[in-house]
Design a protein around this ligand. Structure first.
Ligand code: HEM
Length: 304
């Protein structure tokens, strides 16, 4: 493997890490561990959090008071939240290494790559800062939506870098280009709608002490209807892409990815609706939606 391939591989690895961090965030929410570490960046004032109540600092009440749930120590929640933070921090370190590597490698030959890597570093720093705000304000002030959209930007930048280095473009007709832009806008709108539904679910579940999952869906307002019905538009846009991309063998893989992701996102949406929102379906639905939009984004980049 030459150094160019190594650099590309490392950029792919960053993309995988971003998805891992998205999954970890989903698991934190699924297990209601968000307030497992009431302070930030440390956890109960320590760099290695307690594994047992006996290890809590003398002023532990101060930390527990910040919690929105049960105001008690739960090592399982604490460690899930802490591992999530470690993964986020690790991603930050890997991105920093990427920036240095990009600077050394491309500062004379391809400045755009250096700037993109720098943008990635700034965006991930911003996301970390947002994360702190979420903790400081007990998850309320900074809306989940902003966090979600920034996460998508973080995932999109490595894709742009790879695309620029791989010369991935292929000539394509205007129709396919327009449809993919339309699909991007529609899916983005659907993701924003979804995060609004999620905020409602957060409030409903909290008010019910995370019990009685069977009534959560029935307590959602019309926004949920809009989210559900909007899926038809998402599906139509994706099918139009698949149809229009048929003549291009180069796009076979990516259109298959789009088709399977839209299908699975819908299926997991329905599982939540009919199956009383099983906890595991929540992060899965989110992950699939992220892969879907990034796949459409990748396709659009490749159309010349
Ligand atoms: C392709 C179409 C769809 C996309 C792209 C999409 C995307 C999303 C996204 C991004 C979220 C926010 C998840 C989070 O922040 O954790 C969400 C939430 C949600 N979506 Fe969808 N969705 C789609 C279709 C559907 C359908 C068809 C249903 C139900 C029939 C549905 C039900 C829900 C529910 C119940 C939530 C709240 C989940 C939670 O609390 O974690 N979605 N959706």
């Amino acid at each position: 493997m030459n150094s160019h391939q190594k650099y590309l591989r490392y950029t792919w690895f960053l993309l995988v890490m971003v998805f891992l961090v998205i999954i970890a965030g989903g698991v934190v929410r699924m297990t209601q561990s968000g307030m497992g570490c009431p302070d930030w960046p440390r956890c109960f004032g320590r760099w290695i959090p307690p594994t047992d109540a006996s290890q809590l600092p003398p002023d532990f009440e101060k930390y527990l008071g910040k919690q929105d749930i049960d105001h008690s120590f739960n090592a399982y929640h604490t460690w899930i939240e802490y591992i999530n933070r470690l993964l986020g921090a690790l991603l930050g370190v890997f991105i920093f290494i990427h920036f240095i590597w990009s600077f050394v490698r491309f500062r004379k030959t391809n400045k755009a790559i250096v700037w993109l890597s720098f943008l990635l570093l700034v965006t991930v720093g911003f996301q970390g800062w947002l994360g702190k705000k979420v903790v400081d304000h007990n998850l309320a002030v900074v809306k989940v939506t902003t966090h979600m959209l920034v996460a998508l930007v973080i995932a999109a930048i490595p894709i742009i870098i790879i695309y620029r280095l791989e010369k991935w473009e292929r000539k394509a007709d205007t129709w396919l280009k327009n449809i993919s832009v339309a699909a991007l806008v529609i899916i983005l709108a659907q993701i924003v709608l979804g995060t609004q539904v999620r905020e409602q679910i957060d409030e409903i579940s909290k008010s019910l002490d995370y019990q009685q999952r069977e009534v959560w869906i029935s307590q959602l307002d019309n926004l949920f209807l809009v989210h559900r019905s909007f899926s038809w538009l998402v599906l139509a846009a994706c099918l139009a892409i698949v149809w229009k991309a048929r003549p291009y063998t180069a796009f076979k893989k990516i259109t298959w990815l789009i088709l399977s992701m839209v299908g699975l996102t819908l299926i997991f949406g329905l599982i939540m609706m009919w199956g009383n929102i099983p906890a595991w379906a929540q992060p899965t639905h989110l992950l699939l939606a992220c892969i879907l939009i990034l796949a459409v984004f990748t396709l659009r980049l490749r159309l010349k």
